[in-house]
Design a protein around this ligand. Structure first.
Ligand code: NDX
Length: 256
């Protein structure tokens, strides 16, 4: 059976942090090229329908930890803290893999980004799963620790915001439609990137609840990946709609 290697966890987490900085430098000035930021010029590039693309891309984040869990012998049942934390990551990716893609009305997704997105999900699924299943050790009363409870609360709040905002975005289109409209309602009243805000809160909550390097590295990666994207969405809306609500911020309500 597999053993925990703290060196491996440190190395993979550091690389994730480095990838986050790379993303920040790449996507601060120009947005990642999918959805509303895909360049009209490169029509020749291959694409896959959004449903297949999001399903395939996110599946490893669910499957890899599930495999790691199945392979562990004896299966880990204690302490309760670890089990619950594994479940949180699993819940999110169950939603993202088996629910979100089947309802999306997004435009076809570029194959090249799909490739990198899938690699990323394998990598991160392995890192988070490996750490929680083979390495993490929590005291028996971790479930009542302030880090666990406050992190869990943030996670659930963020997930709620994320799912609700994804739903509001989807309802902007009829099936088959690909136009962009001004998102309204929920946290979109305050920010252009409400779904991203929820996702970022979610992963920082997860990091606090697990109090682990891999989870903080992933939260930081999420911030560097979709933070700039929220900013580019905001600029796109301001440029496209003259009646765009002036008080709305890009990512953080009332702040930025
Ligand atoms: N998938 C996370 N990096 C990413 C795919 C892209 O889950 O090379 C990271 C994820 C990947 C990325 C992933 C990792 C890094 C990659 C990147 C591509 C390049 C980058 C690989 C894996 C890379 C290095 C250099 C390090 C190798 O037509 P449409 O699609 O625009 O329609 C949209 C619709 N919509 C509207 N409809 C009507 N009117 C409007 N005004 C509309 N505005 C939007 O709503 C979509 O159907 C839908 C949502 O669109 P959008 O743009 O708001 O969100 P989207 O970016 O598509 O994300 C969808 C959800 C969202 O909840 C978000 O929080 C979550 O996924 N997400 C996304 C990205 C990453 C991530 C979470 C995370 O890091 N945790």
């Amino acid at each position: 059976s597999m053993q925990c290697s703290p060196g491996l966890v440190l190395a993979l987490s550091s690389l994730l942090g480095a990838l986050a900085l790379l993303q920040l430098s790449l996507y601060l000035r120009v947005p990642s090229r999918y959805g509303k930021h895909e360049e009209r010029l490169c029509r020749a590039r291959g694409r896959l329908p959004a449903r297949c693309a999001w399903f395939l891309q996110e599946l490893p984040s669910f499957l890899v930890p599930a495999l790691l869990l199945a392979l562990r012998s004896p299966p880990r049942l204690e302490p309760l803290g670890c089990r619950l934390l594994c479940c949180l990551f699993g819940w999110h990716y169950f939603y993202r893999t088996f629910i979100y893609p089947f309802f999306t009305r997004g435009r076809p997704f570029p194959l090249q980004l799909l490739f990198f997105g899938t690699l990323f999900c394998i990598y991160n699924g392995f890192l988070q799963g490996y750490y929680l299943i083979y390495c993490a050790e929590y005291p028996n009363d971790w479930c009542t620790d302030i880090r666990f409870t406050s992190g869990l609360l943030l996670f659930l709040l963020g997930m709620g915001i994320n799912i609700h905002s994804d739903l509001l975005l989807r309802q902007l289109r009829k099936p088959g439609e690909v136009t962009y409209k001004i998102p309204q309602g929920g946290l979109f009243t305050y920010v252009s990137g409400a779904n991203y805000f929820g996702e970022i809160v979610e992963w920082f909550g997860f990091a606090i609840a697990t109090w682990s390097l891999p989870a903080f590295a992933f939260a930081f990666f999420t911030l560097c990946c979709i933070g700039p994207r929220a900013y580019h969405h905001h600029r796109y809306y301001l440029k496209t709609f003259t009646d765009y609500p002036k008080s709305r911020k890009a990512l953080i309500p009332f702040v930025f």
